[in-house]
Write a protein of this length. Structure first.
Length: 140
């Protein structure tokens, strides 16, 4: 049976481990993004692209990204970046809504000038624009 001294030692050990692990968890989330948001994005968006009729042959690059600034509050912070082969100069951004977990395309598309160099965002209708989109910086 546990003595009073053993119980106090166990409680103090748990409190100490909690205090030490919280900063590491915070730093992990800052560097890698929220793992739950990443899971949702990887779960819903690739299947949405397949439902829209896109195959891997049509997509040049697709990846998860975590924005460094505040975006539309109706979607999770993690996004999915897609570059199509027939429009390599445009980056399409997709998100997952907090209510209903629906996939949405942002109306704004990044214009890629060179690798990792971007020009103005465009909201013009393009080859892969969806009929319904939401503003990237709306609802902040």
């Amino acid at each position: 049976m546990f003595t009073k001294k053993n119980v106090v030692i166990i409680i103090l050990t748990i409190v100490f481990l909690g205090m030490v692990s919280i900063p590491f968890a915070f730093i992990y989330v800052l560097n890698n993004g929220n793992p739950y948001h990443k899971y949702l994005v990887h779960k819903y968006i690739p299947s949405h692209l397949e439902e829209m009729g896109y195959s891997d042959e049509e997509i040049l690059k697709q990846s998860y990204m975590e924005t460094k600034h505040t975006i539309n509050n109706s979607v999770y912070h993690g996004h999915y970046k897609v570059i199509f082969k027939d429009e390599p100069q445009l980056e399409y951004l997709y998100g997952v809504t907090k209510r209903g977990k629906n996939v949405v395309q942002f109306c704004e598309k990044e214009t890629l000038i060179t690798s990792n160099t971007y020009g103005e965002m465009t909201t013009e209708k393009t080859n892969h624009s969806e009929k319904k989109c939401i503003g990237y910086l709306d609802n902040r």
